[in-house]
Design a binder for this molecule. Structure first.
Ligand code: HEC
Ligand code: HEC
Length: 290
């Protein structure tokens, strides 16, 4: 390409660069001013940045920059601040009685967040991510509590577990009526029909009537006279639609035969008191009683 190809374009009054492709010629327009100045500004800023901040790798490290800035130092000081704020809340949580926590909104928020995280780590494998439970593992969202739904009840349950290796554990074993032959299979069938009749699911009224007598003798001590449940015994209510081990006839028969005996671990030896408190606050918020 040589300068002789440059010419004045008549339509625009601008010189061409001399570049031409298949008859299409390139105009030699100057760069827009705003673009040019932004470009210069970027260069100046880039040089300034390299002087002020860490920029170039060296054989044994990097240029530190005149401001002495270091992301690591910033992160460290942020972590230290967060830790300090946490330990302030943890101390306060340790001192505050569990019933009082809900009167302190900031502390409550801290306890809820800690409880939720600890729940995900320790409890979700058995009770489910959303504490919805599954067969043999109680749902903690509903208002149905085996051992009581007051916040202090829940705290106790978490601390000492149920039928756990802890001398203060909650414990009451339903007899294994079938396994230990305490009742005949026919009697178990009748007791099961009676239990089902309490929620309107029995299909054999005659058997249920016989089962009522067995129930009053063998079962009422733990489940209440009318199967309404006794929380101080951990005896579940048998009248509602919430079943720990299932509500089919086969499930109910199996419960009577085996006594079930679910185990909830004790956490006092594995988690610190503040974490247990936070867990109790969190679980209570899901569906606890007063
Ligand atoms: C290994 C399984 C398992 C783990 C882990 C577990 N639980 Fe449980 N949990 C159970 C079982 C089983 C029961 C019911 C026991 C029964 O049949 O009476 C239960 C019962 C409970 C109850 C009593 C419910 C009621 O109706 O009274 C609470 C509260 C509870 N768990 C909270 C927790 C918390 C909080 C954690 C985590 C720190 C946790 N559980 C971890 C198995 C587990
Ligand atoms: C010594 C106390 C006790 C006696 C007596 C007892 N139960 Fe229970 N029963 C319990 C406990 C505690 C549970 C909960 C077991 C668990 O959580 O693992 C239970 C659970 C059950 C369940 C399962 C409930 C569910 O939600 O799935 C049924 C059904 C049941 N019992 C029926 C009976 C019948 C029928 C009798 C009498 C023949 C009886 N029980 C006698 C304490 C007792």
């Amino acid at each position: 390409m040589s300068d002789n190809h440059k010419e004045l374009d008549e339509a625009t009054g601008v010189h061409t660069t001399g570049h031409e492709w298949d008859g299409i010629k390139e105009l030699n327009n100057p760069l827009p001013k705003w673009w040019l100045y932004s470009f210069y500004a970027c260069i100046v800023w880039g040089i300034g940045y390299m002087i002020a901040y860490p920029a170039w790798p060296l054989l044994d490290g990097y240029t530190k920059g005149m401001l002495g800035y270091s992301q690591r130092a910033v992160v460290m000081s942020e972590v230290a601040l967060a830790k300090k704020a946490q330990s302030k809340f943890r101390d306060e949580l340790a001192k505050t009685s569990i019933e009082k926590i809900k009167t302190k909104p900031e502390l409550l928020r801290f306890a809820m967040a800690g409880g939720k995280a600890a729940f995900g780590d320790n409890c979700a494998p058995c009770h489910g991510r959303g504490a919805q439970g599954s067969k043999g593992y109680p749902n903690l969202n509903d208002d149905d509590w085996l051992w009581g739904g007051k916040i202090t009840d829940i705290q106790y349950t978490i601390r000492h577990g149920i039928r756990a290796a802890d001398e203060d554990t909650r414990s009451n074993d339903m007899p294994k009526f079938g396994v230990e032959e305490l009742l005949e299979p026919a009697q178990i069938n009748e007791a099961a029909e009676y239990v089902l009749s309490l929620s309107g699911k029995s299909k054999d009224a005659a058997a249920a009537a016989k089962g009522k007598v067995i129930f009053e003798e063998q079962c009422a001590a733990c489940h209440g006279d009318n199967g309404q449940g006794l929380q101080e015994m951990g005896g579940p209510t048998l009248r509602d639609a919430i079943w720990l081990y299932g509500r089919s006839k086969a499930d109910v028969v199996k419960s009577i035969e085996t006594g079930r005996g679910g185990i909830m671990p004790a956490w006092a030896t594995r988690l610190d008191e503040v974490t247990i408190k936070s867990l109790a606050v969190y679980v209570h918020s899901l569906g606890g009683g007063t």
